[in-house]
Design a protein around this ligand. Structure first.
Ligand code: GSH
Length: 338
């Protein structure tokens, strides 16, 4: 009897493993597009433009994976999710890829059935306040009301930091992004706390008078942001991981959307392998050898995507900083395609 129970248990585990390893690539190919979990609208990272086309650094991850799988960056569907909904949507299979300013943490990588793909933006948590408040440092925020969104890492980070710095604050935690933004704009709280990139985005795109607001200089945490996939499908993880790597690596190698056709003639073996001139990388992942060529041609390299969406070509004007290439003093370091 005992033996039987054990066997049944082992079978269930096995079946579970098989379920978890369901071939996402196959499912995506049959469906014809990637289901990509994004924000409900967060300028610079994932937001629809005036024509309703989604744009952003995270959207470029959706497009890169679509280009790798289909040779067509447009073959993805943006699934808007608030902070609270995002991991459930990934667990349930509603989305194939979560590309939504999500901080990589040990808990998310282990307890939520999710696994991170890489880092596409190194960030840290900060504070946005009205200039007229005259606050110069976050440590002066004793007694302040602080707006933040439910289901973010920002809630715990704020609590930890406030405790350590003996700052007493009143949290105003709201689930919907627009509502928390409106609460802040209406003065229902003195401070908005989230990732510094998010604050830059909120200040520029959501505040009526951006110049009335300032992001305080203090950064109280590490918020390495990156895409996630479901645990248990290493093949799909590889496609997402190497799509991001291809963008970062292309920048390092000087391959851009403008010169990628010319670069097909490059004598650099790293460029030849990246662009599929030397075959192998695509086949190893079950996609076309031109997977990375298609990413760079249609989406651009990481630097192009950064500048267009959040950098100098955007309203946010975020400096490269930690997101510069390692050769330029930053942390962007592509793993080699070979
Ligand atoms: N990086 C943090 C915060 C990410 C986050 O969800 N930030 C909010 C900003 S307040 C957001 O993007 N909201 C957009 C939405 O819910 O549509 C995390 O992973 O928890």
């Amino acid at each position: 009897m005992r033996k039987f129970k054990y066997a049944a248990g082992a079978f269930a585990v096995l079946a579970g493993v098989q379920l978890a390893q369901a071939d996402t690539l196959d499912i995506v190919k049959k469906r014809g597009f990637v289901q990509c979990g994004v924000t409900t609208g967060f300028a610079g990272f994932s937001a629809p433009d005036a024509k309703g086309n989604w744009q952003g650094l995270d959207i470029d991850m959706c497009r890169a994976v679509a280009a790798a799988v289909f040779g067509d960056a447009s073959k993805y569907k943006a699934v808007p999710l608030n902070s609270q909904q995002r991991f459930t949507a990934l667990q349930s299979g509603e989305i194939d890829l979560l590309a939504r300013n999500t901080t990589v943490t040990q808990q998310r990588d282990t307890a939520l059935g999710a696994i991170h793909v890489g880092i596409n933006f190194y960030d840290g948590q900060g504070f946005l306040v009205l200039k007229s408040l005259g606050v110069k440092s976050a440590k002066e925020l004793n007694g302040a009301t602080v707006c933040m969104q439910t289901g973010t890492s920002n809630e715990n980070t704020m609590a930890d930091w406030a405790r350590a710095n003996k700052v007493d604050y009143k949290p105003v935690v709201i689930e919907q992004f627009n509502e928390v933004v409106n609460a802040f704009a209406a003065g229902r709280c003195d401070v908005f706390t989230t990732d510094a990139s998010g604050l830059a985005s909120i200040r520029i795109s959501k505040m009526e008078k951006p110049d009335d607001y300032v992001v305080l200089p203090e950064i109280i945490s590490k918020e390495p942001l990156g895409p996630f996939v479901r645990q248990g499908d290493d093949g799909w993880l590889n496609i997402a991981k190497w799509s991001l790597n291809a963008m970062i690596g292309a920048e390092e190698l000087g391959v851009t959307s403008a010169n990628v056709d010319e670069q097909l003639k490059s004598t650099n073996p790293n460029v030849q392998r990246l662009l599929g001139v030397t075959a192998g990388a695509g086949k190893n992942m079950g996609v076309d050898e031109k997977w990375a060529y298609n990413i760079v041609k249609q989406v651009g390299n990481y630097g192009e995507s950064f500048e267009r969406n959040v950098g100098q070509g955007s309203a946010l004007k975020i400096q490269r900083g930690l997101n510069a290439q390692w050769t330029n003093g930053g942390l962007m370091y592509a793993l080699p395609v070979r």
